[in-house]
Every structure is written in C-alpha cells, then in structure tokens.
Ligand binder design. Sequence first.
Ligand code: DX5
Ligand code: ZN
Length: 217
Amino acid sequence: MKTPIIAPSILAADFTNLGHDIEMLNNSQADWIHVDVMDGMFVPNISFGMPVIKAVNGIAKKPLDVHLMIENPDRYLEQFKKVGAEILTVHYEACPHLHRTLQAIKDLGMKAGVSLNPHTPINVLNDIIHDIDVVLIMTVNPGFGGQVFIEHSYKKIAKLKELITKTNSKTLIEVDGGVTTDNSKKLVEAGVDILVAGSSVFASDNPSKTIELLKSV
Ligand code: DX5
Ligand code: ZN
C-alpha cells in the first residue's frame, strides 16, 4: 500500500500557542500543513486570513496546503500565493468559471486543487479532471472541525479513482473531515493519497505520534 501524504489541519491547533504547534509539525512526519480559510459566507464560520497564514509560513518547514472555503476566490489568488500557499484548493461550488480559476492558480506557480462538498457528485469533474492537481473530497460538511466522517464518501472515492484511472490523469485524491487512525487505513486502501486530520491529531495526547500512526497505515 502507498504511504499517504499527511496534512494536519491547524484549524484544530492551539491559537494561543500556534508557533509551538507549527514547530511540532516541523519536527513530525507531517508532509503538508493544511490551512482552512473560511469567510462566513460560503460556510457558516470564519477562521483566519492572510496575516496569520503569512506568520505560519514564516516558521513552517512544510508546504502550506491552503483550502479556501470562500465565495469568489478569484479575488484573492495572488495574495494567497504571496503569503505562502503551495497548494491552493477552491470549492467547485464557489467557482462558476472553474477552468479559468485553475489556470490562474497554476499561472501563479501553485498546485491547483478542487474541493467537492458532500452533496456534489464526482461526475461534475469529468471534463476538467486533467487540469486538477488535487481533488479534495469533503468527508464532512465544510465549516467546522471535529465532525463525524460521512460513510458515503467511500463510494465517491471509488468513483474518483475510477475517473482518474480511466482518463490516465495524475490527479491526487485528498480527504478532509473526520479522518482518524481508525479509518486512515481503509481510506488509503480505497485510493486516497492525502489525509487531512485536524482534531484527531491536535486533541490527541501525542500529536506527533498520531501523525506517525496516520502515516504508517
Ligand atoms: C472543515 C475543514 C477541515 C477540518 C477538519 O471544514 O475543511 O480541514 O479542519 O477537521 P477534523 O479533522 O477535526 O474533522
Ligand atoms: Zn480543510
């Protein structure tokens, strides 16, 4: 089985001690740092923005995987590049001109991701899969950490895997929401390349060890 990329979500980090938590990630087996941006419009929650991401990037030794849960993300692509995003993911549901948005992300030198809400079927990506570096399947409803994994997601992972294989594309599969050491193996077996985990990492007694366990499926 392939070793997954582990992307801990700092939404679940201790914001009064963010530097400490980033240092922990730097010294752990985490591959990417997942950064959740919420605007209070696309999702019913507001997280953090440019100044915080810039500060995180100043000390992070791993690539920032920035997940935009915002309306009209085209307005801010360049700014996210400037504050350090290496992978920039937009929501399918927030982009009427998805092809143009993905091109703009890539032209800025970032990897382009597309996220799908739980109700959005995989087949909306049929005609654009070749242009996507990462598909992020939301395995909870976006907006909050600590929610329960939606079991139907396994069917979506299988469909996405089939589409990627059939079209011979290089797109990676990322899952986000309710990922724990209990379901990580099954997810990787289903074809997932990247596991995002927030509360299961940061609320554990030993976050660094939890990252190691997630990776050693
Ligand atoms: C939810 C965010 C997730 C969140 C995951 O909208 O996109 O990245 O941080 O949190 P857990 O792992 O706690 O479900
Ligand atoms: Zn996320």
